[in-house]
Design a protein around this ligand. Structure first.
Ligand code: PLP
Length: 501
Protein backbone atom coordinates (compact mmCIF):
# COMPACT_ATOMS: atom_id res chain seq x y z
CA UNK A 1 0.00 0.00 0.00
CA UNK A 2 1.36 3.38 -1.00
CA UNK A 3 0.69 6.27 1.33
CA UNK A 4 -1.12 9.09 -0.37
CA UNK A 5 -0.69 11.80 2.27
CA UNK A 6 2.70 13.25 3.24
CA UNK A 7 4.14 10.25 5.02
CA UNK A 8 6.21 12.01 7.57
CA UNK A 9 4.86 12.08 11.11
CA UNK A 10 7.32 12.86 13.90
CA UNK A 11 6.75 10.60 16.91
CA UNK A 12 6.84 13.51 19.32
CA UNK A 13 3.77 15.41 18.00
CA UNK A 14 0.26 14.64 19.33
CA UNK A 15 -0.64 12.98 16.03
CA UNK A 16 2.69 11.15 15.95
CA UNK A 17 2.22 9.86 19.50
CA UNK A 18 -1.18 8.49 18.54
CA UNK A 19 0.42 6.76 15.56
CA UNK A 20 3.25 5.48 17.76
CA UNK A 21 0.79 3.87 20.18
CA UNK A 22 -0.85 1.99 17.32
CA UNK A 23 2.47 1.02 15.79
CA UNK A 24 3.80 -0.18 19.14
CA UNK A 25 0.81 -2.50 19.38
CA UNK A 26 1.61 -3.85 15.94
CA UNK A 27 5.30 -4.16 16.80
CA UNK A 28 4.69 -5.92 20.11
CA UNK A 29 2.24 -8.30 18.45
CA UNK A 30 5.01 -9.27 16.02
CA UNK A 31 7.35 -10.00 18.93
CA UNK A 32 4.68 -11.98 20.76
CA UNK A 33 3.88 -14.03 17.66
CA UNK A 34 7.53 -14.93 17.08
CA UNK A 35 7.85 -16.20 20.66
CA UNK A 36 4.85 -18.51 20.26
CA UNK A 37 6.02 -19.91 16.94
CA UNK A 38 9.52 -20.78 18.08
CA UNK A 39 10.01 -23.97 20.08
CA UNK A 40 13.59 -23.27 21.22
CA UNK A 41 15.75 -20.19 21.76
CA UNK A 42 16.28 -19.84 18.00
CA UNK A 43 14.66 -21.29 14.89
CA UNK A 44 16.10 -24.52 13.56
CA UNK A 45 18.15 -24.29 10.38
CA UNK A 46 21.42 -22.71 11.42
CA UNK A 47 23.24 -20.17 9.25
CA UNK A 48 21.70 -21.52 6.03
CA UNK A 49 18.20 -21.20 7.46
CA UNK A 50 18.82 -17.66 8.65
CA UNK A 51 20.25 -16.71 5.29
CA UNK A 52 17.31 -18.20 3.39
CA UNK A 53 14.86 -16.33 5.62
CA UNK A 54 16.74 -13.10 5.04
CA UNK A 55 17.01 -13.67 1.28
CA UNK A 56 13.26 -14.22 1.08
CA UNK A 57 12.50 -10.91 2.77
CA UNK A 58 15.37 -8.64 1.80
CA UNK A 59 15.19 -9.06 -1.95
CA UNK A 60 13.60 -5.68 -2.73
CA UNK A 61 15.40 -2.33 -2.56
CA UNK A 62 16.19 -0.80 0.81
CA UNK A 63 14.94 2.53 -0.52
CA UNK A 64 12.01 1.95 -2.89
CA UNK A 65 10.84 4.82 -5.04
CA UNK A 66 7.54 5.04 -3.15
CA UNK A 67 7.21 4.43 0.56
CA UNK A 68 4.45 2.47 2.27
CA UNK A 69 2.34 2.36 5.40
CA UNK A 70 4.63 2.09 8.47
CA UNK A 71 2.66 -0.90 9.78
CA UNK A 72 3.38 -2.69 6.50
CA UNK A 73 7.09 -1.84 6.66
CA UNK A 74 7.22 -3.05 10.26
CA UNK A 75 5.42 -6.27 9.48
CA UNK A 76 7.63 -6.91 6.46
CA UNK A 77 10.90 -6.33 8.29
CA UNK A 78 10.43 -6.42 12.06
CA UNK A 79 8.29 -9.55 11.70
CA UNK A 80 11.03 -11.78 10.25
CA UNK A 81 13.57 -9.99 12.44
CA UNK A 82 11.63 -11.06 15.53
CA UNK A 83 11.08 -14.48 14.02
CA UNK A 84 14.79 -15.08 13.53
CA UNK A 85 15.94 -13.31 16.65
CA UNK A 86 17.44 -15.33 19.47
CA UNK A 87 15.03 -15.45 22.37
CA UNK A 88 17.09 -14.08 25.25
CA UNK A 89 14.29 -15.03 27.66
CA UNK A 90 14.48 -18.73 26.77
CA UNK A 91 16.05 -21.03 29.42
CA UNK A 92 18.27 -22.58 26.76
CA UNK A 93 19.68 -19.23 25.53
CA UNK A 94 22.98 -19.56 27.38
CA UNK A 95 25.61 -18.49 24.89
CA UNK A 96 26.13 -14.78 25.19
CA UNK A 97 26.09 -12.08 27.82
CA UNK A 98 22.78 -10.72 26.57
CA UNK A 99 20.43 -10.34 29.51
CA UNK A 100 16.66 -10.43 29.12
CA UNK A 101 15.89 -6.72 29.67
CA UNK A 102 13.07 -5.56 31.93
CA UNK A 103 9.90 -4.09 30.47
CA UNK A 104 10.58 -0.88 32.42
CA UNK A 105 13.96 -0.50 30.73
CA UNK A 106 12.47 -0.95 27.28
CA UNK A 107 9.71 1.58 28.03
CA UNK A 108 12.38 4.08 29.09
CA UNK A 109 14.20 3.36 25.82
CA UNK A 110 11.05 4.25 23.89
CA UNK A 111 10.89 7.58 25.73
CA UNK A 112 14.55 8.31 25.02
CA UNK A 113 14.11 7.45 21.33
CA UNK A 114 10.90 9.44 20.95
CA UNK A 115 12.41 12.57 22.45
CA UNK A 116 15.77 11.92 20.73
CA UNK A 117 17.84 13.79 23.27
CA UNK A 118 21.60 13.91 23.09
CA UNK A 119 24.27 14.67 25.64
CA UNK A 120 26.89 16.58 23.74
CA UNK A 121 25.62 20.07 24.46
CA UNK A 122 23.35 21.65 27.05
CA UNK A 123 20.85 22.54 24.35
CA UNK A 124 20.76 18.94 23.10
CA UNK A 125 19.37 17.47 26.32
CA UNK A 126 19.40 19.50 29.57
CA UNK A 127 17.74 16.92 31.83
CA UNK A 128 19.57 14.07 30.14
CA UNK A 129 22.86 15.69 31.11
CA UNK A 130 21.84 15.87 34.76
CA UNK A 131 20.63 12.27 34.65
CA UNK A 132 23.87 11.14 33.01
CA UNK A 133 26.00 12.88 35.67
CA UNK A 134 23.87 11.46 38.46
CA UNK A 135 24.16 7.89 37.16
CA UNK A 136 27.95 8.28 36.85
CA UNK A 137 28.29 9.68 40.38
CA UNK A 138 26.05 6.96 41.85
CA UNK A 139 28.03 4.22 40.15
CA UNK A 140 31.22 5.92 41.26
CA UNK A 141 29.94 5.67 44.83
CA UNK A 142 28.93 2.02 44.29
CA UNK A 143 32.48 1.23 43.23
CA UNK A 144 33.83 3.09 46.25
CA UNK A 145 35.02 6.32 44.61
CA UNK A 146 34.37 9.77 46.02
CA UNK A 147 31.34 10.84 43.95
CA UNK A 148 32.43 14.48 44.16
CA UNK A 149 35.76 13.93 42.41
CA UNK A 150 35.25 10.83 40.27
CA UNK A 151 34.25 11.04 36.66
CA UNK A 152 33.27 8.90 33.77
CA UNK A 153 30.98 8.49 30.85
CA UNK A 154 28.37 6.14 29.57
CA UNK A 155 29.64 4.27 26.54
CA UNK A 156 28.49 1.92 23.82
CA UNK A 157 29.94 -1.09 25.65
CA UNK A 158 32.75 -2.65 27.63
CA UNK A 159 35.05 -2.63 24.61
CA UNK A 160 34.69 1.13 24.22
CA UNK A 161 35.08 1.62 27.97
CA UNK A 162 38.29 -0.40 27.93
CA UNK A 163 39.58 1.62 24.97
CA UNK A 164 38.85 4.89 26.75
CA UNK A 165 40.55 3.63 29.90
CA UNK A 166 43.66 2.75 27.90
CA UNK A 167 43.74 6.26 26.44
CA UNK A 168 43.30 7.92 29.83
CA UNK A 169 45.96 5.63 31.32
CA UNK A 170 48.43 6.28 28.51
CA UNK A 171 48.12 10.05 28.72
CA UNK A 172 47.99 10.32 32.50
CA UNK A 173 50.90 7.97 33.18
CA UNK A 174 53.08 9.41 30.41
CA UNK A 175 52.14 12.92 31.54
CA UNK A 176 53.42 12.23 35.04
CA UNK A 177 56.55 10.64 33.70
CA UNK A 178 57.50 12.99 30.86
CA UNK A 179 55.50 16.13 31.71
CA UNK A 180 54.16 16.02 28.16
CA UNK A 181 50.71 15.33 26.78
CA UNK A 182 50.72 12.35 24.46
CA UNK A 183 47.20 13.06 23.18
CA UNK A 184 48.43 16.36 21.80
CA UNK A 185 52.07 15.75 20.86
CA UNK A 186 51.80 12.15 19.74
CA UNK A 187 53.79 9.20 21.01
CA UNK A 188 56.93 9.63 18.86
CA UNK A 189 57.54 13.07 20.41
CA UNK A 190 57.73 11.48 23.84
CA UNK A 191 60.48 9.08 22.83
CA UNK A 192 59.35 6.17 25.01
CA UNK A 193 57.76 2.79 24.33
CA UNK A 194 54.59 2.53 26.41
CA UNK A 195 53.53 -1.00 27.36
CA UNK A 196 50.33 -2.37 28.88
CA UNK A 197 50.51 -5.22 31.39
CA UNK A 198 47.66 -7.70 31.70
CA UNK A 199 46.95 -11.26 32.78
CA UNK A 200 46.81 -14.18 30.35
CA UNK A 201 43.38 -14.53 28.80
CA UNK A 202 42.35 -10.88 29.11
CA UNK A 203 39.38 -9.80 27.01
CA UNK A 204 40.35 -9.22 23.37
CA UNK A 205 39.17 -5.61 23.53
CA UNK A 206 42.42 -4.87 25.38
CA UNK A 207 44.48 -6.24 22.47
CA UNK A 208 42.41 -4.23 20.04
CA UNK A 209 42.71 -1.17 22.29
CA UNK A 210 46.50 -1.47 22.25
CA UNK A 211 46.37 -1.49 18.45
CA UNK A 212 44.14 1.54 18.30
CA UNK A 213 45.95 3.75 20.82
CA UNK A 214 49.13 3.52 18.83
CA UNK A 215 51.29 1.52 21.19
CA UNK A 216 50.74 -1.69 19.21
CA UNK A 217 49.51 -5.09 20.21
CA UNK A 218 53.10 -6.28 20.63
CA UNK A 219 53.37 -3.84 23.52
CA UNK A 220 51.15 -6.02 25.70
CA UNK A 221 53.14 -7.70 28.47
CA UNK A 222 51.39 -10.78 29.77
CA UNK A 223 51.49 -11.90 33.39
CA UNK A 224 51.22 -15.67 33.90
CA UNK A 225 48.20 -16.62 36.03
CA UNK A 226 47.99 -19.05 38.95
CA UNK A 227 46.21 -22.41 38.95
CA UNK A 228 42.87 -20.62 39.45
CA UNK A 229 43.51 -18.35 36.45
CA UNK A 230 44.23 -15.28 38.60
CA UNK A 231 46.98 -12.66 38.23
CA UNK A 232 48.84 -12.62 41.56
CA UNK A 233 50.61 -9.56 42.90
CA UNK A 234 54.03 -11.24 43.03
CA UNK A 235 53.79 -12.37 39.40
CA UNK A 236 52.81 -8.83 38.38
CA UNK A 237 55.69 -7.45 40.43
CA UNK A 238 58.12 -9.71 38.56
CA UNK A 239 56.86 -8.56 35.16
CA UNK A 240 56.97 -4.86 36.09
CA UNK A 241 60.41 -5.14 37.68
CA UNK A 242 61.74 -7.02 34.66
CA UNK A 243 60.75 -4.44 32.06
CA UNK A 244 63.67 -2.93 30.15
CA UNK A 245 64.55 0.72 30.83
CA UNK A 246 62.93 2.13 27.68
CA UNK A 247 59.56 0.44 28.27
CA UNK A 248 57.12 2.53 30.30
CA UNK A 249 54.20 0.60 31.76
CA UNK A 250 51.22 2.91 31.28
CA UNK A 251 48.52 0.56 32.55
CA UNK A 252 47.95 -2.68 34.37
CA UNK A 253 44.66 -4.28 33.39
CA UNK A 254 43.06 -6.42 36.06
CA UNK A 255 40.25 -8.75 35.23
CA UNK A 256 37.32 -8.27 37.59
CA UNK A 257 35.31 -11.18 36.26
CA UNK A 258 36.75 -12.91 33.21
CA UNK A 259 34.48 -13.54 30.27
CA UNK A 260 35.21 -17.26 30.30
CA UNK A 261 35.31 -18.30 33.91
CA UNK A 262 34.26 -15.23 35.85
CA UNK A 263 37.67 -15.27 37.53
CA UNK A 264 38.48 -12.11 39.50
CA UNK A 265 42.09 -11.04 39.97
CA UNK A 266 42.94 -10.16 43.61
CA UNK A 267 42.47 -6.42 43.24
CA UNK A 268 43.88 -5.30 46.61
CA UNK A 269 47.02 -7.32 46.05
CA UNK A 270 47.42 -5.90 42.54
CA UNK A 271 46.76 -2.32 43.69
CA UNK A 272 49.62 -2.66 46.21
CA UNK A 273 51.93 -3.29 43.28
CA UNK A 274 50.58 -0.67 40.86
CA UNK A 275 50.59 2.01 43.57
CA UNK A 276 54.20 1.22 44.38
CA UNK A 277 55.17 1.43 40.70
CA UNK A 278 53.04 4.49 39.94
CA UNK A 279 51.17 2.67 37.15
CA UNK A 280 47.52 3.21 36.27
CA UNK A 281 45.30 0.30 37.33
CA UNK A 282 42.24 -0.47 35.22
CA UNK A 283 39.65 -2.99 36.43
CA UNK A 284 37.67 -4.61 33.63
CA UNK A 285 34.42 -5.40 35.42
CA UNK A 286 32.29 -5.43 32.27
CA UNK A 287 30.85 -8.76 33.35
CA UNK A 288 31.99 -9.06 36.98
CA UNK A 289 30.59 -5.65 37.93
CA UNK A 290 27.32 -7.44 38.60
CA UNK A 291 28.90 -8.70 41.81
CA UNK A 292 28.73 -5.12 43.15
CA UNK A 293 24.96 -5.56 43.45
CA UNK A 294 25.22 -8.73 45.54
CA UNK A 295 26.27 -8.77 49.21
CA UNK A 296 27.18 -12.43 48.62
CA UNK A 297 29.54 -11.81 45.70
CA UNK A 298 30.72 -8.28 46.41
CA UNK A 299 33.77 -9.47 48.33
CA UNK A 300 35.17 -10.83 45.06
CA UNK A 301 35.72 -7.24 43.92
CA UNK A 302 37.36 -6.07 47.15
CA UNK A 303 39.87 -3.35 46.29
CA UNK A 304 38.12 -2.21 43.10
CA UNK A 305 38.01 1.35 44.52
CA UNK A 306 41.80 1.40 44.28
CA UNK A 307 41.63 1.06 40.49
CA UNK A 308 42.10 4.31 38.55
CA UNK A 309 39.39 3.29 36.10
CA UNK A 310 36.62 0.72 35.94
CA UNK A 311 34.55 -0.75 33.10
CA UNK A 312 30.96 -1.77 33.88
CA UNK A 313 28.27 -3.16 31.55
CA UNK A 314 24.65 -2.82 32.60
CA UNK A 315 23.61 -4.65 29.45
CA UNK A 316 25.15 -7.77 30.99
CA UNK A 317 24.27 -7.73 34.68
CA UNK A 318 21.69 -4.98 35.02
CA UNK A 319 18.81 -6.24 32.86
CA UNK A 320 18.97 -3.18 30.63
CA UNK A 321 19.02 -3.50 26.81
CA UNK A 322 22.28 -2.63 25.03
CA UNK A 323 23.87 -0.23 24.93
CA UNK A 324 24.18 0.46 28.64
CA UNK A 325 27.82 0.64 29.70
CA UNK A 326 29.90 2.82 31.97
CA UNK A 327 33.53 3.84 32.12
CA UNK A 328 34.51 5.33 35.48
CA UNK A 329 37.66 7.13 36.54
CA UNK A 330 38.64 7.87 40.12
CA UNK A 331 39.72 11.42 39.19
CA UNK A 332 37.52 13.26 36.71
CA UNK A 333 40.42 15.30 35.32
CA UNK A 334 42.10 12.17 33.94
CA UNK A 335 39.58 12.28 31.09
CA UNK A 336 41.43 15.29 29.64
CA UNK A 337 42.36 13.27 26.55
CA UNK A 338 38.75 13.50 25.42
CA UNK A 339 38.50 17.26 25.85
CA UNK A 340 38.34 19.17 22.62
CA UNK A 341 41.10 21.53 23.63
CA UNK A 342 42.68 19.79 26.56
CA UNK A 343 45.28 22.45 27.18
CA UNK A 344 42.60 25.03 27.85
CA UNK A 345 39.69 22.92 29.08
CA UNK A 346 39.83 24.58 32.48
CA UNK A 347 39.63 28.07 31.06
CA UNK A 348 35.94 28.75 31.30
CA UNK A 349 34.28 30.65 28.52
CA UNK A 350 31.12 32.67 29.09
CA UNK A 351 28.79 29.72 28.26
CA UNK A 352 30.60 27.41 30.66
CA UNK A 353 30.52 30.01 33.40
CA UNK A 354 26.79 30.39 32.86
CA UNK A 355 26.29 26.61 33.21
CA UNK A 356 25.67 25.73 29.57
CA UNK A 357 27.85 22.63 29.70
CA UNK A 358 27.56 19.53 27.54
CA UNK A 359 29.43 16.25 27.96
CA UNK A 360 31.35 16.01 24.71
CA UNK A 361 34.60 16.71 26.55
CA UNK A 362 34.42 13.33 28.27
CA UNK A 363 33.36 11.05 25.44
CA UNK A 364 34.57 9.51 22.20
CA UNK A 365 31.18 10.38 20.76
CA UNK A 366 29.63 13.67 19.87
CA UNK A 367 25.93 12.87 19.54
CA UNK A 368 25.28 10.46 22.40
CA UNK A 369 22.03 8.76 23.42
CA UNK A 370 20.70 9.08 26.93
CA UNK A 371 21.33 5.52 28.08
CA UNK A 372 21.18 6.80 31.65
CA UNK A 373 17.38 6.94 31.52
CA UNK A 374 16.80 3.21 31.04
CA UNK A 375 19.51 2.41 33.58
CA UNK A 376 17.98 4.70 36.22
CA UNK A 377 14.43 3.50 35.57
CA UNK A 378 15.53 -0.13 35.84
CA UNK A 379 17.48 0.34 39.07
CA UNK A 380 14.62 2.29 40.66
CA UNK A 381 12.18 -0.40 39.57
CA UNK A 382 14.18 -3.32 40.89
CA UNK A 383 15.69 -1.85 44.05
CA UNK A 384 18.87 -3.09 45.70
CA UNK A 385 17.34 -6.07 47.50
CA UNK A 386 15.70 -7.50 44.37
CA UNK A 387 18.76 -6.76 42.22
CA UNK A 388 20.95 -8.70 44.67
CA UNK A 389 18.49 -11.60 44.52
CA UNK A 390 18.58 -11.62 40.73
CA UNK A 391 22.40 -11.76 40.65
CA UNK A 392 22.47 -14.46 43.35
CA UNK A 393 19.83 -16.49 41.53
CA UNK A 394 22.02 -16.51 38.41
CA UNK A 395 24.99 -17.54 40.53
CA UNK A 396 22.94 -20.37 42.08
CA UNK A 397 21.86 -21.50 38.61
CA UNK A 398 25.47 -21.61 37.41
CA UNK A 399 26.57 -23.68 40.40
CA UNK A 400 23.57 -25.93 39.96
CA UNK A 401 24.41 -26.45 36.28
CA UNK A 402 28.08 -27.12 37.06
CA UNK A 403 27.12 -29.76 39.65
CA UNK A 404 24.62 -31.38 37.28
CA UNK A 405 27.14 -31.54 34.44
CA UNK A 406 29.88 -32.90 36.69
CA UNK A 407 27.65 -35.86 37.62
CA UNK A 408 28.08 -37.21 34.11
CA UNK A 409 31.04 -39.60 33.87
CA UNK A 410 32.15 -38.19 30.50
CA UNK A 411 31.91 -34.50 31.38
CA UNK A 412 34.78 -32.42 32.66
CA UNK A 413 33.96 -29.21 34.58
CA UNK A 414 37.26 -27.37 35.16
CA UNK A 415 36.16 -25.02 37.97
CA UNK A 416 33.25 -24.26 40.25
CA UNK A 417 31.82 -21.02 38.78
CA UNK A 418 32.86 -17.97 40.84
CA UNK A 419 30.29 -15.89 38.95
CA UNK A 420 27.53 -17.11 36.65
CA UNK A 421 29.43 -18.56 33.69
CA UNK A 422 30.66 -22.13 33.59
CA UNK A 423 32.82 -24.17 31.29
CA UNK A 424 32.67 -27.87 30.54
CA UNK A 425 33.63 -30.33 27.89
CA UNK A 426 32.34 -33.74 26.90
CA UNK A 427 35.03 -36.40 26.62
CA UNK A 428 33.81 -38.86 24.00
CA UNK A 429 34.31 -42.58 24.56
CA UNK A 430 34.46 -43.05 20.80
CA UNK A 431 37.38 -42.31 18.51
CA UNK A 432 36.66 -38.62 17.97
CA UNK A 433 39.02 -35.83 18.89
CA UNK A 434 37.44 -34.10 21.94
CA UNK A 435 38.01 -30.61 20.51
CA UNK A 436 36.31 -31.44 17.23
CA UNK A 437 33.58 -33.34 19.08
CA UNK A 438 32.66 -30.41 21.36
CA UNK A 439 32.78 -27.94 18.48
CA UNK A 440 30.44 -30.14 16.45
CA UNK A 441 28.15 -30.74 19.43
CA UNK A 442 27.70 -27.00 19.89
CA UNK A 443 26.96 -26.41 16.22
CA UNK A 444 24.49 -29.29 16.18
CA UNK A 445 22.37 -28.03 19.12
CA UNK A 446 22.33 -24.55 17.64
CA UNK A 447 21.44 -25.78 14.18
CA UNK A 448 18.53 -27.73 15.60
CA UNK A 449 17.46 -24.67 17.60
CA UNK A 450 17.60 -26.68 20.84
CA UNK A 451 20.01 -24.46 22.76
CA UNK A 452 22.48 -21.63 22.29
CA UNK A 453 25.82 -22.21 23.95
CA UNK A 454 29.23 -20.61 23.60
CA UNK A 455 32.70 -22.06 23.19
CA UNK A 456 36.13 -20.99 24.23
CA UNK A 457 39.68 -22.26 24.28
CA UNK A 458 41.44 -23.07 27.52
CA UNK A 459 44.41 -25.07 28.81
CA UNK A 460 46.52 -24.79 25.69
CA UNK A 461 43.82 -24.37 23.07
CA UNK A 462 41.40 -27.10 24.13
CA UNK A 463 37.78 -26.48 23.18
CA UNK A 464 35.44 -25.93 26.11
CA UNK A 465 31.75 -25.20 25.95
CA UNK A 466 30.36 -22.34 27.98
CA UNK A 467 27.01 -21.63 29.58
CA UNK A 468 26.23 -18.14 30.87
CA UNK A 469 23.42 -17.64 33.36
CA UNK A 470 21.93 -14.17 33.08
CA UNK A 471 18.25 -15.04 33.20
CA UNK A 472 17.02 -15.15 36.82
CA UNK A 473 13.62 -16.29 35.58
CA UNK A 474 15.04 -19.68 34.63
CA UNK A 475 14.38 -22.47 37.14
CA UNK A 476 16.83 -25.22 38.17
CA UNK A 477 14.41 -27.74 36.61
CA UNK A 478 14.65 -25.92 33.28
CA UNK A 479 18.45 -25.95 33.52
CA UNK A 480 18.27 -29.70 34.19
CA UNK A 481 16.14 -30.18 31.09
CA UNK A 482 18.54 -28.19 28.91
CA UNK A 483 21.53 -30.17 30.23
CA UNK A 484 19.74 -33.51 29.85
CA UNK A 485 18.91 -32.65 26.25
CA UNK A 486 22.48 -31.57 25.53
CA UNK A 487 24.02 -34.66 27.08
CA UNK A 488 21.56 -36.95 25.31
CA UNK A 489 22.67 -35.47 22.00
CA UNK A 490 26.33 -35.80 23.01
CA UNK A 491 25.83 -39.48 23.89
CA UNK A 492 24.03 -40.08 20.62
CA UNK A 493 26.83 -38.48 18.58
CA UNK A 494 29.43 -40.37 20.59
CA UNK A 495 27.70 -43.74 20.15
CA UNK A 496 27.19 -43.12 16.46
CA UNK A 497 30.87 -42.27 15.95
CA UNK A 498 31.90 -45.38 17.92
CA UNK A 499 29.61 -47.50 15.70
CA UNK A 500 31.18 -46.09 12.55
CA UNK A 501 34.65 -47.15 13.59
C1 PLP B 1 31.80 -8.44 27.56
C2 PLP B 1 33.12 -8.03 28.01
C3 PLP B 1 33.79 -6.95 27.40
C4 PLP B 1 33.22 -6.26 26.18
O1 PLP B 1 32.02 -5.61 26.47
P1 PLP B 1 31.02 -5.19 25.29
O2 PLP B 1 29.94 -4.47 26.02
O3 PLP B 1 30.56 -6.45 24.65
O4 PLP B 1 31.78 -4.32 24.36
C5 PLP B 1 35.00 -6.56 27.92
N1 PLP B 1 35.54 -7.20 28.98
C6 PLP B 1 34.94 -8.25 29.57
C7 PLP B 1 35.61 -8.91 30.75
C8 PLP B 1 33.71 -8.70 29.11
O5 PLP B 1 33.12 -9.76 29.68
Amino acid sequence: MTRSETSYSPAGTPAGLAELRTLLDTALDLVAKAAVDRPGPVRAGGPAGARAAADAVLSGPLLPEEGCDPADALTALAGPFADWSVDVTHPAALARMQCPPTAAAVAAEVVAATLNQSLHAWESGPFGLALDRWVIAEFGALVGYDPATCGGTLTAGGSVSNLMALIAARDTTLGLRTVRFAAKEGLPALGVQPVVVCPEGIHFSIQRGARIIGIGEDALRTVPTDADGRMRGDALERVLAGLPENEVPVAVIACAGSTDLGVVDPLDEIAEVTERHGVWLHADAAYGGGALFSPRLRGLLKGIERADSVTLDLHKFGWVPASAAIMLVRAADTLASFGLDPTTCLSADDDTLAGYIGSQNTSLQTTRRVDALKIAVTLRTLGARRLAELVDTCHDLARHAAARLAEHPRVEVPVDPPMTALLFRYLPAGPQDPDAFNGALRRRVMEQGRALIARTHLNGGRVYLKLIMLNPDTTPAQVDAVIADLLALAEELDTRAAGER
